[in-house]
Design a protein around this ligand. Structure first.
Ligand code: 13P
Length: 250
């Protein structure tokens, strides 16, 4: 199966434009790779600096969010056309922090996914359970619902372009990584759902990432799993040593 591993960073609300320029200048060197795709999703205001600093390198730049309308009276929001014009190709949609602090729902996630695809942006659609849900044994029910609603109305052709990131909320920023078996179990469950919804071709093509305390020390074990096609990395993507995750196989 030829799904290329993707090492994706999510900078969250970190780094100013000047810091972005300096950090990416270093990362251009540490993150060089022929075999792994590299993506850094950065705060909207850092996008121009990031695109400029990554020019000519293998690092792609993404956004962390966007709005689902074309334009108009939505103070403070960023439209898909603005992202595209700024040189962005990917956009994280529905991160658990957006759901928790900014009231995003599976329905708004779905609208954003459809709108991103309409503009040729690749959505990195996030899903993940709380610790309570895991303990109640409803993890897969919850994830299936999030993914199913998130992809509602997405064609098979477009579903192949979407990247799904499984991020258990209890593993984000806590240092508590899911074991590679726990991560694989859910990522495989997501692929099984893609098979049910769209068939084998989509299920075997769509990339499913794991996120939650991914670091250089655990990347190789996680990425070796059959259904884990890379990582969505928070804290460890804020250092040039993110390159050790990109070059996990070395
Ligand atoms: P950490 O890698 O800091 O746990 O964050 C994961 C995450 O939320 C990436 O989107």
């Amino acid at each position: 199966m030829a799904r290329k591993i993707l090492a994706a960073g999510n900078w969250k609300m970190n780094e100013t434009p000047s810091e972005t320029k300096a950090l990416i200048a270093e990362m251009v060197k540490t993150c060089a790779s022929d075999t792994v795709d590299v993506l850094l999703c950065v705060p909207a205001i850092d996008i121009p600096a990031a695109v400029e600093a990554a020019k000519g390198s293998n690092i792609q730049i993404g956004a962390e969010n966007m709005y689902f309308e074309e334009s108009g009276a939505f103070t403070g929001e960023i439209s898909p056309a603005m992202l595209v014009d700024a040189g962005v190709k990917y956009v994280i949609i529905g991160h658990s922090e957006r759901r928790q602090y900014f009231a995003e729902t599976d329905q708004t996630v779905n609208k954003k996914v459809l709108k991103a695809l309409e503009h040729g942006l690749v959505p990195v659609m996030c899903c993940g359970e709380t610790l309570e849900q895991r303990e109640q044994g409803v993890t897969m029910d919850w994830i299936r619902q999030q993914v199913k609603i998130g992809l509602n109305g997405v064609t098979p052709e477009d579903a192949k372009k979407v990247i799904i990131a499984y991020e258990p909320i209890w593993a984000i920023g806590t240092g508590k990584t899911a074991t590679s078996d726990q991560a694989e179990e859910v990522c495989k469950g997501i692929r099984d759902l893609l098979r049910e919804l769209y068939g084998d071709d989509v299920a075997e093509t769509t990339r499913v990432l794991y996120g939650g305390s991914v670091k250089p020390a655990n990347a190789a074990e996680l990425f070796a799993k059959e259904d884990i096609d890379g990582g969505l990395v928070g804290g460890a993507s804020l250092k040039a040593s993110f390159g050790d995750i990109v070059n996990y196989a070395k």
